[in-house]
Design a protein around this ligand. Sequence first.
Ligand code: G3P
Ligand code: MG
Length: 258
Amino acid sequence: MWPYPRIVAHRGGGKLAPENTLLAMQCGLQYGFRGVEFDVMLSKDGVPVLMHDPEFGRTVAGKGNVADSTAAQLLMMDAGSWFDPRFSNVKVPDYESIFRYCYQHGIWMNVEIKPVPGHEEETGHVVAQATARMLKELQNEPQTSATLSSPVVRSPLFSSFSFTALTCAKQSAPEIARGYLLDEYECNWLSSLEKLEARALHTNHKYLTTTWAKEIKAAGYGLFCYTVNEIERAREILSWGVDGFCTDRLDLIPPDLA
Ligand code: G3P
Ligand code: MG
């Protein structure tokens, strides 16, 4: 059974807001999404921040990369102008502030651990430890009407293309669910899920077949797809038994799509 929201806002606000920012999470919520996916990597000094690309140039201007920049440098960077010059005050956020925002606003999180190449182990451990610590702290705070009712959904699900990062996340916080990301079919998918004690397989809907979907479900795993931006395709994969997917088209695909 899939206890999480079925339709999730990719990178926070999909195509409607600068990705992986607080504004994106607010946008997802405004459109009625109670689940978000976002990407986390480590700064030079080991602080988890929301960022998709290891190198600057697309969502933040200039030359350089995340692994060579301190958190203090990254958190000052403009992550909004690339999307719209009106958003030049939107900064790169640290994971902790976004985690707290989502938790407190009743937004389930699919935290994609996206290590800079060569930093897989450290990223898996640090993100998992930070998450376990924050969950503990937040559970002691009074619940509000926004707090998600089930403890399972208050806890995020880690996903990663990095088997190593997920293995380290499992070591550091075994109680937090894991989903293994595969861009396309790999013959050893089942043994990877078993080794990771994963809850789900996450894959690119473009390469999913009905046969593979049936095998994943028959093996007892959740099945989550990225990134589905057409309503007919969404209905098709849901009919194959897909449990959930993320979308960039918050304006086209309603969060409660039947
Ligand atoms: O987690 C699903 C999806 O976000 C993976 O691809 O490149 O958008 O992080 P990417
Ligand atoms: Mg992602």
